[in-house]
Ligand binder design. Structure first.
Ligand code: IMP
Length: 207
């Protein structure tokens, strides 16, 4: 039997690593994250798109550590705000603001707006140390609610209304959200193709 391939998740978020480890259970991969290594240089996530940020994180991590790496980037795009907060979703309302403050700011910006259409997007990038990468993307469309509802999830979940369930993401169970969400769909696609991903990584690793 072939040795499992190492795959570094470019995060220090234990919850994220645990979820990805769970998702890829049964595949020949040895999942690690940044906490398995010493200090590595910090990378600013200041690209203009989710694609760019995800690829920069995965390729930087792969190059620095000499191992295949996976990174994801996601955020919320609101049509009436010309795609804001977009790549600034985590920092909208300032570096130290809370999720609640970000939701309040967005609701204020949306006051009086008739078009409430919005979408979450997620990009996953898997890179090898030499540079090449694979990309998986998914999107989930919904509406910005008039006021927050629900207490599950995180981020903009209380104000993201998902019409098929007639609930906000924060009112849906974790299972319901992961079937519908941008991240859930992107990871489901990755999982479907993971056999091919393993072959691609093996072909692109130095001998
Ligand atoms: P990240 O790239 O996954 O860290 O996401 C960046 C930011 O987008 C987060 O800090 C949240 O504000 C927002 N975001 C991404 N995914 C979700 C989600 O599923 N629900 C609510 N907010 C999200």
């Amino acid at each position: 039997m072939k040795k499992p391939i190492p795959l570094v998740i470019a995060t220090r978020n234990k919850g994220k690593t645990a979820e990805i480890r769970d998702l890829l259970k049964g595949f020949p991969v040895d999942i690690k994250d940044l906490d398995n290594f010493g200090p590595i240089p910090h990378l600013e996530e200041d690209g203009d798109s989710f694609d760019e940020n995800a690829y920069r994180k995965s390729s930087f991590t792969a190059r620095i550590l000499g191992l295949p790496a996976l990174a994801d980037d996601s955020g919320l795009l609101v049509e009436a705000l010309d795609g804001a907060p977009g790549v600034h979703s985590a920092r909208y309302a300032g570096q130290r603001a809370t999720d609640e403050q970000r939701c309040i700011k967005l609701l204020q910006e949306m006051e009086g707006k008739f078009n409430r259409r919005a979408a979450f997007e997620c990009v996953i990038s898997i890179a090898v140390p030499a540079g090449p990468a694979l990309t998986y993307e998914a999107r989930c469309e919904g509406l910005i609610a008039e006021q927050p509802a629900g207490s599950n999830g995180f981020g903009y979940d209380p104000i993201f209304f998902y019409p098929p369930y007639k609930k906000t993401f924060a009112e849906m169970t974790r299972k319901e959200k992961s079937l519908a969400s941008h991240r859930g769909k992107a990871f489901a696609e990755l999982k479907n193709e993971f056999d091919k991903v393993v072959i691609w990584i093996r072909q692109n690793l130095p001998v």
